[in-house]
Structures are given as C-alpha cells and as structure tokens.
Write a protein that binds this ligand. Structure first.
Ligand code: G3P
Length: 220
C-alpha cells in the first residue's frame, strides 16, 4: 500500500516527504481553507506541492456542472503534469470524468461511499477512486467494511484502464492497518495519523534501553 498525505500544509508535506514514505498528496477545499489559503494563490500552492512530492497531487474542482468541471479540470491539469483532478461522485461528475479521461487527464473521484458509485466511477474512466472511511464512522456505520466492499468489488473486474483505490477520510492508525490488510492500493492519511503510525511505546522503550546500555559501554 502506498501512503499519500491528506493535507494542504506545505510544512507537513515537506516533513513527510523527508521521511521518504509519501507517494502523493490529496488536497480538498477544506484542507486549503484550513491553511488560510487564498484563491489567488491556489494554483501556485498546488504547483509548490508538486515540486515537493514527485507523485500524483489531487486538486479538487469546486463547480457542479460537467462543462464547468471539465474547464476547471483542464486549468488544474495545466499547473503541473502530476496534478490529478478531483471530482465529486455525482452524475455531472461522472460526465466530467468521462470527458477528462478522454483528454487523458487523470481523475480522482472523491466522496465515494458505495460499491455502485465506485463501479460507475471506474466505468466513467476515473484513475483513482476515494471511498471515505471516517465519515461512515461519524454516522455509526463501519467505514472499513464499506471500504472492503469497494476494494473487493473493483477487484472483480477489468475496467480497461488502471484504477487505484485510495482509502480516504482516514482518522487513525487502525484505519491504516485495515486498509493495508484488505489490499487498498493507497491510504491518504493526515499528517497527525502518519506520525501516530510510526510511533509505538515498545519502540520508545526499546530505544531508551539501548541508549542506557550504550552509556554503560561508553563509560566502561
Ligand atoms: O481525503 C478526504 C478527506 O480529506 C476527508 O477526511 O476527515 O474530513 O472525513 P475527513
């Protein structure tokens, strides 16, 4: 499973990239707003992310009609060759995805919750499909089970093009663990969750013991 970072924060992206573990980035309007992002600087911000991470960088469209989504997607795709256009899973989004895919612009269909939605996204030509896990948990449903259904169903078919499942709306390391066990292609993870994933109390305790013993060696 590949890790993408789910953030618009340049400092988080720089730090995670320095660890050598992230293969891409996903952003959305909420994440950009959280960084205090300005509309006039949005394209430059996406370009900056593409310069830090050599992999797919999802930038989301914010229009609702197919022609507008396509026009927006073409402008986003012009920012950098690594840009993937993020399009919501809805009828106009499907139509836009079909048109963008025909123009060889990769699309990440987002806000996907069900198997039928995922299959339609794949049929429309999406290169990436993002089932949301945590938002199911928010309404007391099992997001991991829904994700497993999507991964299993898509694996049954050849869509004639590469389709990768991005486990999205990941809230804690258990979501990452389960995504990996079921064979999700990618987990897009907030920086705080990525940090939690590398930490374990036994690692800390083991390191403490090694360092204490090494002090004894040094003083011998
Ligand atoms: O990748 C989608 C993600 O940003 C949504 O996460 O936590 O807002 O459900 P969340």
């Amino acid at each position: 499973m590949k890790f993408f970072l789910d953030t618009a924060s340049i400092s988080e992206i720089e730090e995670a990239a320095s660890w050598g573990v992230i293969a891409g980035v996903t952003t959305n309007p909420s994440l950009y707003a959280r960084e205090g992002g300005k509309l006039s600087e949005f394209h430059a911000h996406i370009k900056r992310i593409c310069e830090i991470v050599d992999g797919p960088v999802s930038a989301e469209t914010v229009t609702l009609k197919r022609d507008e989504i396509v026009a927006e997607g073409e402008i986003l795709a012009d920012i950098h060759p690594n840009v993937v256009v993020k399009v919501p899973t809805m009828p106009e989004g499907l139509a836009a995805t079909k048109m963008l895919a025909e123009r060889e612009i990769p699309v990440n269909m987002t806000l996907c919750f069900t198997v039928p939605q995922a299959i339609m996204a794949a049929r429309a030509g999406a290169a990436y499909i993002s089932p949301f896990v945590g938002r199911f948990d928010d309404i007391s449903e099992d997001g991991i089970e829904h994700l497993a259904n999507v991964v299993g169903a898509l694996g049954n078919y050849d869509f004639g093009h590469d389709v990768e499942v991005i486990a999205a709306s990941i809230r804690h390391p258990e979501h990452v663990l389960q995504s990996a066990l079921m064979g999700a292609d990618i987990a897009t993870v907030p920086f705080a969750v990525l940090e939690k994933c590398i930490k374990h109390p036994l690692t800390d305790r083991g390191l403490e013991a090694f360092l204490a013993d090494w002090e004894k060696v040094k003083n011998s």
